[in-house]
Every structure is written in C-alpha cells, then in structure tokens.
Design a protein around this ligand. Sequence first.
Ligand SMILES: NC(=O)c1ccc[n+]([C@@H]2O[C@H](COP(=O)([O-])OP(=O)(O)OC[C@H]3O[C@@H](n4cnc5c(N)ncnc54)[C@H](O)[C@@H]3O)[C@@H](O)[C@H]2O)c1
Length: 353
Amino acid sequence: MTKIKVALVGVGNCASALLQGLHYYSKFENEQECVGLPHLVLGGFHPRDIQIVAAFDVDNRKVGKDLSEAIFAPPNNAPKIVDVPKTGIIVHKGPLLDGVGEYTKKIVQISSQPEANILEVLKESKAEIMLNLLPSGAMKASAWYAEQALNASCAFINATPAFIASDAAWVERFEDAMLPLVGDDLIDQVGATALHKTLLKLLSLNGVYITETYQLDVGGGTESLDTLERTREIKRALKTQSVEAALPYKTEVVAGSMDYVDFLQNRRDSYFWIKGLYFCNTPMQIDLKLSTVDAPNAGSVLFDVIRAVKIALEKKLKGAVLPICAYAFKHPPQIVPLETAEKMFEDYVKGKP
Ligand SMILES: NC(=O)c1ccc[n+]([C@@H]2O[C@H](COP(=O)([O-])OP(=O)(O)OC[C@H]3O[C@@H](n4cnc5c(N)ncnc54)[C@H](O)[C@@H]3O)[C@@H](O)[C@H]2O)c1
C-alpha cells in the first residue's frame, strides 16, 4: 500500500497531537465507529497510510530523541492520549533563524548540537510532503523551510500564518517546480472563528441587527505565548476581517485577540459576546464560552490536508491547490464562503472537475 511520506518541521504540540492521532486511529476500519474524524478514508487513504519520515526542531529536549519521545518533551503540554511506540525517526536540529521570540526563549531551550544537512535528510528520507508546524512568529524560518521543500522536490503544507500559499511569488515558484503548495494558517476542527461567523450569519438571516460583537481567546500552549508577542496584531486583523465578512453590513467587530495563562496548559478558552436588536428593536445578547484543547483541534484537519496533498501529487497539480487551501486554511489565496469551500473540497477528492 502506498504510504504518504511526510517531513515534520517543528515537533511542538500540533506534531504531538498528529502523531498520537495517527496511532489512535490506525486500528479503526469502520467510519460509523470512528468518533472525531469527518473522513476515516479520504481519496482511498486511511490515516495509517500517513508515515512521518523525518522531523526537525531546535529544542534541546527534542533534538537527538526518537520522535515518540520528543512529542512528550517540555515545553509541549498537549495531553497524552496514547502511548506511541518508537518510530526510528530521530529529531534533527534545524537552523534557528527567528524560530524563538523574546517571550518563548524563556521556555524553549536551544540545542547546542550541530545543525543537520536538512536537504540531505529530506532526500534520504524520501519525504514527498513537508508539513510546516513552526511557531506562528517564525516568518523567516517558515520561508527558509519552504525553500528547502522546493530544493528537495517536496509539496509544502503551511499550517502557520506566514504568507506563503497566499503569496503570488511563492505560488509561482511552486508552479515552476511542478509542486503543490497549500496554506496559510490551518483552520481548527472546532474553530472559534467559524463558530462566531456561523452564529452571526444565523442571527442576521433571521433579521437580527448585530450592534456589537467580540471573540477573545486565552490559551496556555507555547503558541499562545508566541502569538502574544509576535502575531497578535496580524491574527486580530485577519480574524476581524473574516468575521466582518459574515455580516452584510458594517458594525462593531473585534475578533482574535489573545492572552497567555500558563496553568491552562494546552487548553484554549474562547469567549464570545454578541449584542443585537430583533423584533421592534428588542435587545438580545449572547455570552458564550468555548473550551477546547488546542493541539487535537488541528489533528483531523491535518489528516485531511495531508491526504488531499497526496492526491495533488498523484494528479501532478502544481502551485496553490485552491480546494484544499479554501477548505482547511484561514488565509487561503482566495477566500470563499464556508459551504462553497466544503463543496469544492468534496468535489476535488471525488475527482470532479
Ligand atoms: N490547533 C492548533 O494547534 C493550530 C491551528 C492552526 C494553526 N496552528 C499553527 O501550527 C503551528 C504550530 O503550533 P504548535 O501549537 O504546535 O506550536 P508549538 O510552539 O507547540 O511548536 C512549535 C515547535 O517548533 C519548534 N521550533 C522553533 N523554531 C524552530 C526552527 N527554527 N526549526 C525547527 N523547529 C523550530 C519549537 O521548538 C516547537 O517544538 C503554529 O504556527 C500555529 O499557529 C496550530
């Protein structure tokens, strides 16, 4: 059976949930018995067809370790769901660049081991897809790894908010190299932005006039700390823009602001406030809290994206693959409504033009 060979860049919380999920779901055969995935089999691929063949990080407690150990090393705090047997994949040290910010340098310990020859590792491992799970503020490092993907002829998945799949120059380079590219900024399975937009849309369709709304997050993962320092403003602008687009008129919207509370561990609390007017100007309010664990929230979307990119490789697609970008990312090259994105993705997987 064809395996999908993936190189992981960044062995943080998301990587931990991904690897644990691969083991958790490997035994399931029946879609009805399998809780937590929209597709057990996608395009003929089961999650057990996904094989991690290389991994890169910079933290002393991860570099040089088997991947099965590295995913549970601090500062990772995603919960342990399953025991992961030894993988035989040793985490290699990559270049640091801007991987660690002022805030996260307090909790990430930089390894003093020499840097591996990343290109050589990629080629030896026969990786066909590179999955970028670097911190969101690591813009230069993300670009550096995209460059390595081009050099090693790997498709590139950008789960981070660095602009790569949504940047015309990068898209052209992947087109020239005849390689698929998808991104940017992975959508969550239980996503606060999607929930916020759906609530607003429902209310507005029923004639409610929204006067003000906000959605604010508090999290305890390393990523929340990095966001606080380096990407808070950009994330706030992107999410606010996306939420505003759900309403047919302009109103007071703030979305996506973030703070860090270490004792939450990998938990994320998302607060929603919606105020509006309905029949005869009668006021209504919604005050809601969504609690999730951050890393597993990326797992099922990553399963779908990896398998969909494998389909793109088989079809010899090149450049940004819009049905994947629009379905699974917050900042695709082109934003389309949620329902359209889902339809585009299902058609793409079924092979419909
Ligand atoms: N639900 C989710 O978790 C979710 C959803 C959407 C997007 N994302 C994105 O996925 C990315 C990863 O999230 P996470 O929670 O796993 O972050 P994390 O901080 O837990 O992991 C990042 C890892 O990258 C490593 N790293 C830092 N600099 C490096 C470098 N130069 N080379 C190699 N490794 C380096 C760190 O040591 C750490 O292990 C983030 O950009 C985040 O925005 C996550």
